[in-house]
Design a protein around this ligand. Sequence first.
Ligand SMILES: Nc1ncnc2c1ncn2[C@@H]1O[C@H](COP(=O)(O)OP(=O)(O)OP(=O)(O)O)[C@@H](O)[C@H]1O
Length: 343
Amino acid sequence: MAEIRVENVSKAFRGEKIIDGISFEVAGAQLLSLLGPSGAGKTTLLKIIAGLVKPDTGEIFFDGVPVVKVPAEKRGAVLVFQDYLLFPHLTVEQNVAFGLRMAGVPRDKRTKIVAEMLALVDMKGYEHKYPHELSGGQKQRVALARALAVKPRVLLLDEPFSNLDPRLRESMREFTRDLQRRMEMTTILVTHDWEEALMMSDRIAVLINGSIKQVGTPEEVYFRPASLEVAEFLGEKKNYVEGRVKDGVFFCPFGDFPAPQAVDGCYTALIRPEHVRISPGGETSSWMVCDMRFAGGCVYYRVVREGLLLLCAADNTVIYRPGDKVDVSVDFSKAMLFETSFD
Ligand SMILES: Nc1ncnc2c1ncn2[C@@H]1O[C@H](COP(=O)(O)OP(=O)(O)OP(=O)(O)O)[C@@H](O)[C@H]1O
């Protein structure tokens, strides 16, 4: 359960900067997600931590010890890729034992560790099967068992659930998080899936265009995104309302709202759909439902009024149909204001 510290790490490929002076820490036994869009540099950063790619500048510390000059096989970090990379010609048992054989662990000890690991990932009885005889989730668990068998100091997971169907993905997330907690394994999870990051992490580092835009707990990153860029990446579709702050009041097409903390200027207010309330309308109601999307526990609506469009997420107690007149109220106390330019 090593603590990981990444300090000012940069990397360019053919003159193009992919990782730009990144620093963050992962406390021992914690799980940090590196969350970002495709091409942000997440895998490159993970490979740098694993020792598979050399950074141009910066240092990485495991428990305070610099490891950039330490070869990958001596770092004590294991990397699990999304496609598992199990050896197809080896059985489950041989796959899990592979790293132990490489490390020269004697056969009887190897057998004991493999049995322990297979029990840990619920794969007892599959010892003699080959990877092609396993489901995606089973392969994933064998890959985890193989990674954990060598008792790594650090576990690095690169989009490990992305090839699984949604139901299996859900259970493998829970399984992996539970295992990580039980083994107190310091873990970095690379993902582009914000829900996965929110559900699984102790902390999240948001990586966009090669730099870290915010590090925080899931709640901090979700409720208090550091910028519009981070906010846009996190969460479902949202409402963006342009307006202007003057003397502590935000003026926008929906009305005037107190904004005591904001200095005068132009702002974009970000309003989550769950903070737009919708209720049955009457003759005088000026909002109309233009479409609805039923999602079981909640229903998403788009409502319009004189060219203004709002997304809202309501519970399922009343179902509105396109064309229904409704009343709409926006909870601006929950809005996030981002300055877009100065006056
Ligand atoms: N060995 C390499 N040589 C040249 N360019 C590379 C190399 N490895 C990665 N890149 C480039 O670096 C950028 C970041 O790639 P990386 O795989 O780290 O992103 P990512 O955030 O993991 O994306 P994804 O989620 O799509 O896997 C991409 O533009 C990629 O083409």
